[in-house]
Design a protein around this ligand. Structure first.
Ligand code: HEM
Length: 148
């Protein structure tokens, strides 16, 4: 069970990062070159939203079955964790949730925009911030097999 969820979260991360980067780049290009916000742009933003939400669901399950999630906090206590352990058990999950909240806010704000530039702007800003937050707290070493 743990291994399956962990593997899923680990591989799904490639799709999440890929589609988020494409969605942010597309929104920045649309914003700066005053393009029309067409259905391709809507679909791309929606898929990025769905992919990150799926990762959130997988991540939440993982948090409760992984030895590096909640168990780590209860075993070691907040102050007893090394910085690598704190990254996995605390910073990555909570900053991830914050990032996904920002992406969701960006999605709902873009729908209320009257102009195409406004729609691209909201996606670029909120998805961009979310992406940066996610990248800043990924357990890179563990993911890429470089050790803790
Ligand atoms: C939204 C973007 C997210 C991305 C791209 C992402 C990606 C990753 C990656 C690449 C790893 C390392 C996997 C490995 O070592 O093979 C990981 C680990 C982990 N993630 Fe996420 N994650 C995200 C959100 C979340 C959320 C929201 C939670 C929980 C609420 C979460 C919980 C965890 C936990 C507990 C681990 C450690 C798992 C273990 O090795 O046992 N993640 N995540």
């Amino acid at each position: 069970m743990y291994e399956t969820i962990q593997t899923l979260h680990s591989y799904w991360a490639y799709f999440v990062l890929f589609i988020l980067i494409v969605a942010v780049a597309n929104a920045i290009i649309g914003y700066t070159s005053n393009k029309k916000f067409v259905s391709k742009d809507l679909r791309l933003s929606l898929f990025a939203l769905i992919f990150t939400h799926l990762q959130l669901v997988i991540g939440l399950i993982l948090y409760f079955v992984s030895p590096f999630g909640m168990k780590m906090i209860s075993d070691r206590g907040m102050g007893g964790m090394s910085s690598a352990e704190r990254l996995l058990a605390l910073e990555h999950p909570f900053v991830g949730i914050l990032a996904i909240a920002l992406i969701t806010i960006g999605w709902s704000k873009h729908k209320k925009q009257q102009t195409d530039k406004g729609a691209f702007g909201k996606i670029a800003l909120f998805y961009g911030l979310g992406l940066l937050l996610i990248l800043s707290r990924l357990p890179w070493n563990q993911w890429l097999g470089l050790g803790m």
